[in-house]
Write a protein that binds this ligand. Structure first.
Ligand code: NAP
Length: 338
């Protein structure tokens, strides 16, 4: 029988790639978007799938609204990707983030519980749960130490997912996904901010850009491959939690250097701390400036994920690593800025 997937956060990077994957697997895809006067479906448009998805307006803060939708859609699988997901924004809006990113999970789990406990449920957890933990690399057994309102809200969602599994026997799984990027990544996130800025510098539209902490290291993978891990988690015999990562960590500094290398420029770093700048080796022009406005109130310096459980139990493995990922993103941003 044809399966139906209900994806919240259909307008997101992951929502678009997951919808694309599931359509190719012959699912009926229903996408939940938030009620804004002008919702943006540009990512679905970019993948050419907007017309293949049924789009429904959702309110994550209204359990009744979600129950009505779940009853009507009758999904086989629910993927909860919607969240206030930007860490800096969560420091400025901690209550909103707690409601949407945390309580929203419970509202959706309640809708599933009240409608059909046979629905399989996926919750989008994050490596931000590990935060300041001092164990590397991080796996499913590593203690959590979230250090932003976003991460704390996600921790609540993580535990509610496990609680609904244990209390009501719902097939509720969660992926602890490390940072994943793509040409569809939001421009507010550091990786895409850099690829977009370097592409605009290359086309003469921008002189320089500001950046926060250059030395934080993250485990960055390719979103298109990570959504495959989400789907695999709902096809197993029993629900569980899985780390999805590349097991490689690179700094923001390396990300910037690699982007400039792609446009044939070498960046030379000068100064230190908040006075550090990056100059074009040939022209001497300052292209990158450290700006403390972009520092997080609470920062952690390294995430690196051990995905061996996902490899062993799901047969999931990342193919696209750091340099290749940047090449894909730079190519897309250079094209957009032609
Ligand atoms: P994203 O591009 O930031 O998108 C977030 C989505 O949530 C958007 O569709 C957004 O809708 C929606 N949303 C925000 N507030 C909402 C509300 N009040 N009601 C309903 N929908 C709302 O996310 P992403 O990077 O693709 O990530 C997908 C999920 O995975 C998120 O839960 C994120 O926290 C999690 N995650 C991401 C990463 C990563 O590196 N990308 C890593 C780990 C976990 P609008 O379009 O209307 O804003």
């Amino acid at each position: 029988m044809k399966k139906t997937a209900f994806i919240t956060g259909i307008t997101s990077q992951d929502g678009a790639y997951l919808a694309h994957l599931l359509l190719n697997k012959d699912y009926t895809v229903v996408g939940g978007f938030r009620g804004l006067s002008n919702p943006v479906f540009s990512r679905l448009d970019e993948l050419g799938i907007t017309n293949k998805i049924r789009l429904v307006e959702i309110d994550l803060l209204d359990s009744g609204n979600l129950t009505t939708i779940i009853k009507e859609v009758k999904p086989t699988e629910v993927y909860n990707l919607a969240a206030q997901s930007f860490v800096s924004h969560s420091f400025r809006n901690p209550v909103l983030t707690g409601n949407v990113t945390g309580i929203g999970v419970t509202n959706l789990l309640e809708a599933v519980r009240m409608t059909d406990k046979g629905i399989r449920f996926y919750q989008a957890s994050t490596s931000e749960l590990f935060g300041k933990t001092q164990q590397f690399p991080q796996n499913e057994e590593t203690p959590f130490y979230p250090c932003s309102p976003y991460a704390v809200a996600k921790l609540y969602g993580y535990w509610m997912t496990i609680n609904y599994r244990e209390s009501y026997n719902i097939f509720a799984s969660t992926g602890i996904l490390f940072n994943h990027e793509s040409p569809l990544r939001g421009i507010e996130f550091v990786t895409r901010k850099i690829t977009d800025a370097v592409a605009r510098i290359h086309s003469g539209k921008l002189d320089s850009f500001d950046i926060g902490n250059l030395d934080v290291k993250r485990d960055w993978g390719y979103a298109k491959e990570y959504v495959e891990g989400m789907w695999k988690m709902l096809q197993t015999d029993k629900p569980d939690a899985y780390v999805i990562a590349t097991n490689e960590a690179h700094s923001v500094r390396e990300w910037i250097e690699t982007c400039f290398n792609i446009i044939g420029t070498t960046i030379i770093w000068e100064g230190s701390g908040v006075n550090e700048t990056g100059r074009d080796e040939k022209t001497g022009q300052v292209r990158v400036k450290v700006n403390p406005d972009f520092f997080r109130p609470a920062e952690f310096n390294l995430t690196i994920g051990d995905y061996s459980k996902a490899r062993r139990e799901l047969g999931w493995e990342p193919e696209t690593k750091f340099a290749k990922l940047i090449e894909i993103m730079m190519r897309a941003d250079l094209k957009r800025n032609e």
